[in-house]
Design a protein around this ligand. Structure first.
Ligand code: FCB
Length: 479
């Protein structure tokens, strides 16, 4: 058995979920429709025609689910609040019945000694606001701030950590450029303006939260980030990697942490957006001081210039096509980036098609510290989908996920020893759940869900996380 690698004192070990992916109960207690209700009920948008109407029925089963976390000895839980439960039409007075669900949830978490971490927006925009333009409409920023204040007023004293937005890059670009997510728009100009309004909503909500929450509250944002590697050391591929880095990472890191969009891409995107997607003073507001950065890490991107040999080579092209054909297939990068993905060959992949790259987590955390400055960081999501099944003895054994997590935890530990201020780690996800455009085809949970009976079966990875959380340490080799 390897030497145990200890994590800092008070390190948070938990899991993450999101409202639409687990709650179900879409018409209960006055909940309004969200853009994901509309999208999932539009034929052809989601794999297998799946929807979140029932999902994991967490709305009714939350207490049992929290008992599972408590029994595992986890000390934190990241969940998201469904805006359309709180404001069914996206504006006006709070629907108290909707807030009550989160009051009960948070109360039960405290009972089990689990610290609640609330995300205000994990993609379920009230449909009524989409009908007025959604995130492409600047007025949605004001609606979001009002909503944030309502939730802070209701849960303020009970929730110590707040995340304004989950992965605004995905909301903006997957929702409005590739159109694979709700609201399913395919227009770069709309995506750029949605991105800007999401950023502004974040900045203003940070200030609003600070004035309504107790001073001890921590406020941050969660971004999806990936190291971007050049497929070859040529200058053209290195430049392509820079462009993709500005698009995937810099477009959100720059404004929030430096008050600036990345220069590399600014002119190109501003031109496509018709010039004026923001107003003077916006960037100062977006650059609100945050207490921590939430990092969602899944894999690295390996890219080449669309004109380079690495991109046109037959092997790369074949693998790219194969991956695009999976249900989770990634759309090509937008043409204006003049770059393409060159999937790594000979690496382990999850059922989602993502290459397993544990060292990418260490690289990313160290790069963030070096490039954007040292600040408290949490891994707010990391995990993997595999083809889990219940074996004849009624168990779900997922050795691939155990190895995946062990190797990523080791890399997180290495980042800490290289000086990164990492304070917690949330595995995606507690439960198998509704994986957006992939429906129920991707199982990310530490706990298996039988969607017919709603039975929960903790997988071997749940026991593994339990050991890590209880000892606050990970062993370098399988014990
Ligand atoms: C992230 C999302 C999360 C989940 C994982 C697999 O992009 O934030 O809801 O779908 O991917």
């Amino acid at each position: 058995m390897g030497e145990p690698l200890r994590f800092p004192e008070a390190f948070l070990w938990g899991t993450a979920t999101a409202s639409y992916q687990v709650e179900g109960a879409v018409s209960e207690d006055g909940r309004g429709a969200s853009i994901w209700d509309t999208f999932t009920h539009t034929p052809g948008k989601v794999f297998h025609g799946d929807d979140g109407d029932v999902a994991c029925d967490h709305y009714h089963r939350y207490a049992g689910d929290i008992d599972i976390m408590g029994d595992l000895g986890l000390n934190a839980y990241r969940f998201s609040v469904a805006w359309p439960r709180v404001q069914p039409e996206g504006r006006g007075a709070a629907n108290e019945a909707g807030l009550d669900f989160y009051r009960r949830l948070v109360g039960k978490l405290h009972e089990r000694g689990i610290e609640p971490v609330a995300t205000l927006y994990h993609w379920d925009l009230p449909q009524a606001l989409q009908d007025e333009g959604g995130w492409a409409n600047r007025a949605t920023v004001d609606r979001f701030v009002e909503y944030a204040e309502l939730v802070a007023g209701a849960l303020g004293g009970q929730v110590g950590m707040w995340i304004t937005l989950n992965e605004p890059w995905v909301s903006a670009f997957v929702g409005h450029e590739s159109g694979q997510h709700a609201p399913g728009v395919t227009d770069t100009a709309t995506a750029v303006s949605a991105a800007h309004h999401l950023l502004l909503a974040h900045g203003r909500a940070v200030r609003a939260l600070r004035s309504s929450l107790p001073v001890s509250s921590q406020v941050g944002v969660t971004l999806n980030l990936s190291p971007v590697h050049a497929a070859t050391p040529t200058e053209e591929d290195a430049e392509a990697a820079e462009r993709v880095n500005a698009y995937l990472n810099g477009w959100f890191l720059g404004p929030t942490l430096r008050g600036k969009y990345p220069e590399l891409l600014y002119d190109r995107l501003a031109e496509m957006a018709g010039g004026d997607f923001g107003r003077p003073g916006d960037l100062e507001e977006i650059h609100a001081e945050i207490d921590f950065l939430g990092v969602n890490y899944y894999t690295v991107r390996n890219v080449a210039s669309s004109k380079s040999g690495a991109a046109t080579g037959r092997a790369g092209a074949a693998l790219r096509e194969e991956l695009a054909a999976t249900p989770a297939g990634r759309r090509p990068l937008p043409a204006y980036l003049e770059a393409v993905d060159v999937p790594l060959s000979g690496v382990e992949r999850t059922t989602k098609g993502w290459a397993v790259q544990p060292d990418g987590l260490r690289e990313l955390l160290v790069w963030l510290r070096d490039e954007y400055g040292k600040r408290p960081v949490y891994v707010t999501e990391n995990g993997a989908a595999f083809a889990d099944y219940v074996d004849p003895s009624g168990r779900v054994k997922d050795p691939e996920r155990v190895e995946f997590l062990r190797n990523h935890f080791i890399m997180a530990h290495r980042a800490i020893s290289e000086g990164v201020d990492l304070r917690g780690y949330f595995v995606w996800s507690l439960l198998d759940n509704f994986e957006w455009a992939d429906g129920y085809s991707q199982r990310f949970g530490l706990v298996y869900v039988d969607y017919k009976s709603q039975e929960r079966i903790p997988k071997s990875s749940a026991a593994f996380l339990s050991d890590v959380a209880r000892s606050n340490a990970v062993c370098a080799n399988a014990g």
